[in-house]
Ligand binder design. Structure first.
Ligand SMILES: [Zn+2]
Length: 274
């Protein structure tokens, strides 16, 4: 029986080339059927869901970023956000585990078997608390489960930038300023993923494969920093794992198409000139 991915996307087309993602999946995972749906919240919409979604906000962190909303304002926002995902703000922060549980509860029983994966691509920013460090919230690139959630803003914000970047940021902070655009561009161009980065689609493909490997093959993260399944903690590591050849390590190369055609890097060159 074929595996099925229900792919929910609420990332605007300007940021994510969803057709490229579908082609990539068709090419790399022939045993999987993909059903593209709109955003998860839009697909499973109910007033109750919107209400509970508004309760998944991390109010403290969202307020720090300018969204000090009361519940009525949060409801207004959520009622609009799932309809117009282009207006979703990465400054609004959700409690990751609470959100995962809420979304999990929406999945109908008939779509909840192990050969089915609900995979959410979203611009929303999620945080979770680490076990060892109570009170410290970490932004997340991906939360694996049913559903699995991949956060575009998490790819920008979760993996750490270089020590050099943070030193400079702190130096400017002491002056009450942000790093000037020109200096950012000159010293750090391309070194980390930014909002509306043209590399987002390519990076996200690797996280989609991580979710597939985990859900369908029971494969955890890979130790090889040149494999797309590598668990990157730094931006530099993430960009190496996702953008540089080879795509997968020896072990994971045949994972998605057992006995099938090997992944073709040439295809990339054709799809992404330059
Ligand atoms: Zn690997």
């Amino acid at each position: 029986m074929a595996h099925i991915i229900y792919l929910y996307n609420e990332i605007p087309e300007a940021d994510l080339d969803i057709k490229r993602a579908l082609r990539y999946l068709a090419d790399h995972c022939r045993f999987i059927e993909i059903e593209l749906r709109r955003g998860f919240i839009a697909h499973f919409f109910s007033n109750e869901l919107i209400g509970k979604l508004a309760d998944c906000w991390n109010n403290e962190l969202s307020a720090e970023r300018g969204f000090n909303y009361n519940r009525a304002e949060r409801l207004d926002y959520e009622n609009l956000a799932h309809l117009k995902p282009g207006g979703i703000s990465p400054q609004i922060i959700y409690n990751g585990w609470q959100l995962l549980k809420l979304l999990q509860a929406q999945i109908p029983r008939g779509e909840a078997s192990p050969d089915k994966l609900h995979l959410i691509l979203t611009p929303r920013l999620l945080v979770t608390m680490d076990e060892g460090e109570p009170r410290r919230q970490h932004a997340r690139t991906i939360i694996m489960g049913q559903p699995s959630i991949i956060s575009a803003s998490g790819l920008v914000e979760a993996p750490a930038r270089s020590a050099e970047y943070y030193l400079l940021e702190r130096a400017y902070q002491m002056l009450g300023q942000d790093i000037p655009e020109a200096e950012l561009e000159e010293r750090f161009a391309g070194k980390f993923l930014t909002y509306h980065d043209p590399r987002l689609t390519e990076v996200m493909l690797g996280y989609i494969m991580q979710a597939i490997a985990y859900s369908f093959m029971g494969e955890g993260f890979c130790d090889d920093p040149h494999c797309r399944l590598f668990n990157a903690h730094l931006q530099a590591e993430m960009l190496t794992a996702q953008l540089e050849a080879p795509e997968f390590c020896e072990k994971h190369r045949g994972l998605f198409n057992p006995g099938g055609q090997k992944t073709t890097l040439q295809q990339h060159a054709i799809d992404n000139p330059g």
